[in-house]
Design a protein around this ligand. Structure first.
Ligand code: FAD
Length: 338
């Protein structure tokens, strides 16, 4: 049995961020990924300026938007800033870039290798057994590592997305409780297509209802989805801890995506890095993760409150957009970066 300092399950943004940092510090790291290619994932690829945008090379950005067009049943507005508030990235390109970083740092990445049985100091994957001192669960919303730790996953969001070809010029957010309760639909333009989709908490909206309402919403607004394939996935926001002895949970496996917006790439990368720093120095206090958790709690409370009552939901969303319009609330309040 080959033994590693750290084994990481999942080569998404969280796993690769963690692997890169540990390998840069000279630790022997193995990343196990069940898919045959790193990167592709059901995702709209929106990243925020104060979050990830600053950390990525310019050529990874597809399009950047200083204006955010927001629409509710009662209001239609554009929130503007001198700098881009939100940009888009291709998950394929982000994944391949992170993969290069992790490999260059010295991490070993095995794709087409699903993790099977887990134990306290070893696991089975691809017909082999790998030992570890630390194990990082970066295996997304259906995390096997989380299941091994016995943590339930009760509060999750549902996201649906289509990639629609064309040159779209406006980044749009549609907050319409009639279709999405306290969730929303988006149009996030990339270079040659737009990610058009919707997010809602599963507590208020079942996945099939979301899919149906998304199509009805698109019809109502004259948004032509054509033959674009609709994909759907869960987004775990049921945070119940991230550090469990020599086991760590990061990103969606830890339930760190925003309950309000479903933003999860930034939390994944920050938590992957903070887990790495904690493995390197157990006395490390993880301040960036703490800041993220403050945002997470605020977003979770807002989702619980608005999810309990349709009228409260409608009034809160309208109030939120009004506060954005008159400048009482900055757009960054909706982001996971503090
Ligand atoms: C429709 C939709 C739209 C979204 N849009 C956005 C957006 O615009 N911006 C944003 O910030 N977030 C968005 N998100 C959320 C975002 O995609 C996730 O929060 C983010 O990918 C989480 O990263 P992660 O590394 O934790 O997990 P993942 O990206 O899910 O990576 C987990 C990896 O683990 C692998 N894996 C799983 N199980 C095993 C196993 N047993 N063995 C080996 N490997 C395994 C998977 O194959 C995967 O590669 C969206 C989500 C959805 C569903």
């Amino acid at each position: 049995m080959k033994k590693y300092h750290t084994v990481i399950v999942g080569a998404g943004p969280a796993g690769l961020a963690c692997a890169t940092m540990l390998a840069q510090a000279g630790r022997e790291v193995l990343v196990l990924e069940r898919r045959n290619r790193v990167g592709p994932k059901v995702c709209a690829g929106g990243i925020t300026w104060s979050g990830l945008k600053q950390r990525l090379p310019e050529d990874l950005l597809q399009k950047a938007f200083p204006d955010q067009h927001i629409r509710t049943p009662w209001q239609q507005t554009a929130i503007s800033a001198g700098q881009p508030l939100v940009s888009t990235v291709s998950r394929e390109e982000l994944g391949q870039w992170q993969l290069d970083q992790a490999r260059a740092a010295g991490a070993r990445i095995l794709s087409s290798t699903a993790v099977g049985r887990l134990a306290a100091d070893h696991l089975e994957a691809g017909g082999e057994t790998f030992g570890f001192r630390y194990l990082v669960g970066a295996d997304g919303s259906g995390s096997k590592v989380r299941q091994y730790l016995g943590l339930p996953t009760l509060t999750v969001g549902v996201g649906v997305n289509c990639f629609v070809p064309g040159n779209f010029m406006r980044m749009e957010w549609h907050l319409d409780p009639y279709y999405f309760n306290n969730g929303y639909a988006w149009v996030f333009p990339h270079r040659e297509y737009a990610a058009i989709g919707a997010y809602a908490s599963r507590l208020t909206t079942r996945p099939l209802v979301l899919q149906k309402n998304f199509r009805r919403w698109a019809d109502k607004h004259g948004i032509y989805l054509g033959a674009a394939k609709m994909t759907a996935a869960l987004i775990n926001y049921d945070f119940r801890g991230w550090r469990f002895g020599n086991f760590f949970l990061t990103g969606d496996a830890a339930g760190l995506a925003s309950p309000l917006t479903g933003e999860g790439i930034y939390p994944a990368i920050i938590s992957g890095e903070e887990a790495a720093r904690t493995i390197l120095d157990p006395a490390y206090r993880a301040p960036q993760l703490d800041a993220l958790l403050v945002r997470h709690r605020h977003h979770r409370r807002l989702v619980a409150f608005t999810g309990a009552n349709r009228l409260a939901c409608r009034l809160t969303l309208e109030g939120l957009v009004l506060a954005l319009r008159v400048g009482l609330l900055p757009f960054t309040a909706l982001e996971m970066a503090g």
